[in-house]
Design a protein around this ligand. Structure first.
Ligand code: ZN
Length: 410
């Protein structure tokens, strides 16, 4: 294969993936005004439902515009040998492979962040604001961005540096060492995310004394979940949207409830949501997800090790001197169709887990309370009651509200 053939293959992959994604969005949009299934007739009052349709339409149009802009930016960058220019530029600073690689990705990430800043501002301070969801101040917005960027530089940067170092020293078998490092890193992240990363962004407090705590205590004792593993987080600092999640391993396991969830739901509905999260823990979903993602990472790194040595990858991007970072970019683009497929697979697994957690809540607490809570949460986040099945298949990590209610009513 010649370098120019590979260049066109890269372009075609980027365009096709964008095209499929947009088609699914359009299919989904065609379903926005579809008749509501009778099981969901009581989710929204009529005027609220009109508002939810408007919200969906605004988001659909916004995504169509932003994704087209990023497609054209990417294509223009490729057409004008952007990666080659950047590679030459960072090489003026250093000859060290690791430093060059870090600078290369550093510029790409900061450049991407600057380009996407207006759209992420618009999403929060215009769209979310208009529909009454946004609670974030401009300061929080920028401080969040800065913290995320610093964390990415620190954690992502050290992992990248280590992987380039492995590559320089061990050649094609670098992937085994890289895999080992990523496994250790994911285990640590899973264990300590709530303890060390979440506090950088949010306040977490133990459950307050009161009616809710008493009710939760009764349920928690029944299923053998420790009450001091339940925390309340100040989600209201950023948005009115509510959530709850289970995270962590072993002694670090915890259930986190958003303060917005506690504000929006009745006591038995909150216990039902908690029961669903306990279900994730009892069914060991975190561990299965961790194993799956470790296997997937191993496969990706192994495949990368086969391609990375080929000078063709660098030539396709117009770069004369092959390097790990240039190979990684070309490989990343070649790999996107596989990412789409693995993403689809992970969503399928996740939807199965959601049914299991719902069933656990049904069996150990009660189904009607969970159904009421799901309906309220859907209404309060103006969520889509009539998504297109193809869109659900591809993008949904949770079954639709209708599917969950039907399963709970069985
Ligand atoms: Zn869940």
């Amino acid at each position: 294969m010649s370098a120019s053939t590979l260049f066109y293959i890269l372009l075609i992959i980027i365009i096709i993936v964008h095209f499929i994604d947009s088609i699914l969005d359009v299919f989904n949009a065609k379903h926005f005004s579809k008749k509501i299934p009778h099981e969901l007739a009581d989710v929204y009052p009529k005027d609220e439902y009109q508002k939810s349709i408007a919200y969906k339409k605004v988001n659909f149009k916004f995504k169509l515009i932003t994704s087209s802009i990023s497609l054209f930016t990417m294509l223009a960058f490729l057409a004008f040998d952007g990666f080659a220019l950047l590679d030459n530029f960072v090489r003026t600073f250093s000859n060290n492979d690791i430093l060059v690689g870090l600078l290369f990705f550093g510029f790409i990430i900061i450049g991407g962040e600057i380009i996407s800043l207006p759209s992420s501002y618009y999403q929060i301070f215009v769209i979310e604001e208009q529909f009454g969801f946004n609670k974030m101040s401009l300061k929080t917005f920028f401080v969040d961005k800065l913290k995320n960027l610093l964390m990415l530089m620190l954690l992502g940067g050290s992992i990248l540096a280590a992987i380039i170092w492995f590559y320089n020293f061990t050649g094609p078998s670098f992937w085994l060492y890289a895999w080992g490092l990523v496994i250790i890193f994911s285990l640590l992240m899973n264990m300590f995310y709530a303890r060390f990363i979440v506090p950088l962004f949010n306040k977490q407090t133990p459950l307050e004394e009161g009616e809710l705590r008493t009710h939760i205590q009764v349920y928690a004792e029944k299923v053998g979940f420790k009450l001091n593993n339940i925390f309340v987080i100040d989600g209201s600092k950023r948005s009115t949207k509510a959530n709850a999640y289970f995270s962590g391993l072993g002694s670090e396991k915890r259930i986190t409830l958003y303060d917005t969830l506690i504000k929006d739901l009745e006591v038995d509905e909150i216990v039902a949501v908690l029961a669903h999260e306990v279900g994730h823990y009892k069914k060991r979903h975190i561990i299965y997800n961790l194993i799956l993602s470790i296997l997937l990472t191993g496969f990706t790194l192994w495949l990368l090790s086969i391609f990375i040595n080929s000078p063709l990858l660098a030539e396709a991007l117009g770069v004369s001197q092959p390097s790990f970072h240039i190979g990684l970019i070309a490989f990343g683009i070649l790999y996107t169709p596989i990412t789409e497929i693995t993403g689809l697979f992970m969503n399928m697994v996740s939807r199965t887990f959601e049914y299991q957690a719902d069933n656990y809540a049904k069996n150990t607490f009660n189904a009607p309370a969970l159904i009421r809570s799901l309906k309220k949460l859907s209404k309060n986040s103006l969520s889509n009651l009539t998504p297109h099945p193809a869109y659900v298949f591809m993008h949904y990590s949770h079954p639709t509200l209708l599917q969950r209610i039907k399963n709970l009513e069985q």
